[in-house]
Design a protein around this ligand. Structure first.
Ligand SMILES: NC(=O)c1ccc[n+]([C@@H]2O[C@H](COP(=O)([O-])OP(=O)(O)OC[C@H]3O[C@@H](n4cnc5c(N)ncnc54)[C@H](O)[C@@H]3O)[C@@H](O)[C@H]2O)c1
Length: 478
């Protein structure tokens, strides 16, 4: 029997003890990307005998069994295990993984992130990186304890409240930069960051398509009652094909309404116009000319092929969108102007069989009013990725069949989350190292770089760069 390649990854272990147990030996083990010497013959392929144990020192590496290189009888296994206790520290009851412990600069990361590049960027730029292993939201006290008396930067999360208290503490610790791992930063008091001279970063652009795809998924899930039908089938209730079973709504040639036609809103609009052939209305404080040009050119292309063109218009108010649209997708940033933008009164303006999607921020919708509205109007559907009191839901929301709910995962694709992590790492490390900020939003060279040394030496997205007078760089070429 061939062993499939099984990978065991070591990241940032100062000293990892590996135990190999192989029921049928020998097998070949390959250790890749080793940076320091180790006890089993250096990098490359090595033979490991049955039950042999080795210990190695490395800062980063992969260990894999090579496909087909080992034979084992049925039921046998090769196990690779490691303990790297020396790179895990406990602080205030929380476990922190420490990478590159001798790094010159120190960055605190409040959650485990996705991918390798973000960590490679930080360690290759001489940062000691401490990553909290807890899945719970850290309190301000816990974050302050983690920053301690010396901290150059923090990579934090939208679930944390970054206000004056934390920026004072970061400044006192010698910090220069904070980055959210999110495009939205309604959890951050940017003025407070600026007052204390802290650069505040976010991760725009890299999550546009992923978030838009989730919004569109929710539109289809609501329109075609996917979740209800799935539950029905799993419950063993399906007895026969019936003309009346789970009748949904056809999107084609209906109207989608976009509130907040920025990066994500306009992408959702284009996906539904081009993919589902919907007409479109949109409301935004600002005209999105690029979006409009794309809508026009799609309409022209249809006409050139003898098809009925799609229609679109920009309207003057949210209310105009709500009255006209069969599907309303919300994509503004959360601020005072968009808090409870969708309240009881505005929900009643929508068509009784409309679909409301929220992939922006929970408080953009008055969730209690939405529960009432959905309860009173079973033909109305809502698809929600975000909630007012995450992770709690308002009472009754999860009981409604005409609501599709997912736990704030709109940006949760591998490429997107890895890209967000890399942008956050670049934001913090570049500011600490005095590198310039990126003037345009050309973030792809940062997130698609083949290795850490190819990542441009710029901070890709610093919200208060101008206010702090940080130097700006031209966008790097791909
Ligand atoms: N669910 C998720 O996981 C997820 C992922 C990414 C982004 N988001 C949210 O989506 C938001 C939008 O992201 P983006 O990258 O498209 O940002 P963006 O800045 O490109 O777009 C936001 C748009 O909203 C408009 N706007 C602001 N206030 C408005 C108002 N009162 N009425 C109408 N329009 C208004 C702005 O003019 C802008 O065009 C983020 O701020 C974030 O909160 C959520």
């Amino acid at each position: 029997m061939s062993l499939s390649p099984s990978l065991f990854r070591f990241a940032g272990c100062d000293s990892a003890r590996l135990g190999f147990s192989c029921l049928v030996a020998p097998c070949r083990i390959r250790v890749e990307r080793m940076e320091r010497g180790h006890a089993i013959h250096g990098s490359g392929t090595t033979q490991v005998s049955a039950m042999e144990c080795g210990s190695m020192s490395l800062s980063r590496g992969w260990v894999s069994t090579l496909d087909g290189s080992a034979s084992a009888s049925a039921g046998s296994a090769v196990e690779l295990c490691a303990s790297a206790s020396s790179n895990t520290v406990s602080l205030g009851g929380l476990q922190w993984d420490v990478y590159n412990p001798s790094g010159k600069y120190r960055v605190v990361v409040t959650k485990k992130l996705v991918g390798d590049l973000w960590l490679d960027v930080l360690t290759s730029r001489d940062f000691r990186v401490e990553v909290c292993q807890s899945e719970l939201t850290l309190s301000q006290q816990q974050i302050m304890a983690a920053m301690g008396s010396r901290c150059d930067g923090v990579i934090g999360q939208l679930t944390e409240k970054w206000d004056d208290t934390l920026f004072v503490a970061l400044k006192r610790a010698g910090g220069k930069a904070y980055s959210n791992v999110a495009v939205g930063f309604d959890n951050v008091d940017v003025d407070a960051a600026t007052r204390h001279g802290i650069a505040m970063g976010n991760t725009p652009g890299v999550l546009t398509e992923a978030t838009a795809e989730m919004a569109v998924s929710l539109v289809y899930a609501c329109a075609r009652r996917v979740v209800e039908a799935d539950a029905y089938l799993r419950a063993g209730k399906w007895k026969n094909w019936l003309p009346t079973l789970f009748i949904g709504k056809l999107l084609s040639r209906k109207t989608v309404g976009i509130v907040g036609a920025g990066r994500i809103g306009s992408t959702v609009g284009l996906m539904l116009v081009r993919g589902a052939m919907m007409d479109l209305v949109y409301y935004d404080k600002y005209q999105n000319k690029q979006f409009e040009a794309k809508l026009d050119s799609f309409a022209r292309a249809l006409a050139e092929h003898g098809e009925e063109p799609i229609r679109w218009r920009r309207v003057d108010s949210v209310e105009d969108v709500l009255r006209a649209a069969d599907v309303v997708s919300l994509h503004p940033n959360l601020d005072k102007t968009t808090f409870h933008l969708m309240n009881a009164e505005r929900l009643k303006m929508m068509k009784p069989d409309a679909i409301l999607i929220n992939c922006a921020r929970g408080p953009v919708v008055d969730e209690t009013a939405l529960v009432e509205h959905c309860r009173a109007t079973p033909t109305f559907y809502a698809g929600l990725d975000v909630f007012e009191d995450e992770p709690q839901l308002k009472p009754g929301l999860d009981q409604l069949e005409n609501v599709v709910i997912v736990p704030h995962i709109a940006s949760a694709t591998v490429w997107t989350r890895a890209g967000m992590s890399t942008l956050a790492a670049c934001n913090v490390s570049s500011v600490v190292l005095g590198q310039p900020t990126l003037a345009s939003l050309d973030i792809l060279p940062h997130v698609n770089a083949p290795g850490a040394t190819q990542v441009p030496p710029t901070a890709p997205a610093i919200v208060n760069a101008k206010a702090l007078g940080l130097p700006a760089a031209a966008a790097p070429k791909m």
